[in-house]
Design a protein around this ligand. Sequence first.
Ligand code: NI
Length: 270
Amino acid sequence: MTPDAGHSAAVLFDTHAHLAHADFAADREEVLKRARAAGVRYILNAGWDLASSAEAAAMADPGQGLYAAVGIHPHDAARAPADYLERLRDLARRPGVVALGEIGLDYHYDFSPRDTQRRLFAEQLALAGELGLPVLVHDREAHADTLAALRQEAERRGTGTVQGVMHCYSGSREMAADFLGLGLLLGVGGPLTFANARRVVEVAEAVPLSALVIETDCPYLAPAPYRGKRNEPAYVVRVAEALAGVRGLALAEVAEATTANARRMLGLDR
Ligand code: NI
């Protein structure tokens, strides 16, 4: 800690929360108050299906630092209606909607057939390109196909890039370089605080600080010492502290850098 770190007001950005989740139905306002009190000035609230995306869009309040992402999670891909893309396009135009997500591939649970997951991921990546929005990418045990889909989209756009975040990044250092090469950032969350976090720590140590954002993925993945409990945006402070420890930086430095990275990626400084 540098001498003044304790006095600097750390401004944090939780880049991945699911506030439309039923776990927050009873006390969402209290949760938001606690986040603010903890220095979490910005939250990106992501949907996972059409209903939660509509809720996230309705909840968005840019003046209060509350933004929304809309998208169909791979778990929900098989249940998406035929007109889901048009409905997402409409939601994405609402005020405070700044990204498409949570989208991606999940070969761990395989709740939706893989070809359906891949089709919806590709279609939503293309929609993000059309709308000029970044993406929040879920990749669980599907690194190769996730990278292939992103590369294909980068090529389709002709820019060679796709803006967004590899949410709760769990891949190798080598693959991290591939995602960073496409212009994506890496999201670091609760797992960084877990005792068995060796690979996540290695990546968080090795990549440039300009490539990292922090997140909770609440209500899931609560950081230590809340592991196993309901997670909430206020706990992103624990992630920032863990990242500061890994990088040998003050909390204020990590807060400033990750918040600036998130704002830049989401185009909030324009
Ligand atoms: Ni999530």
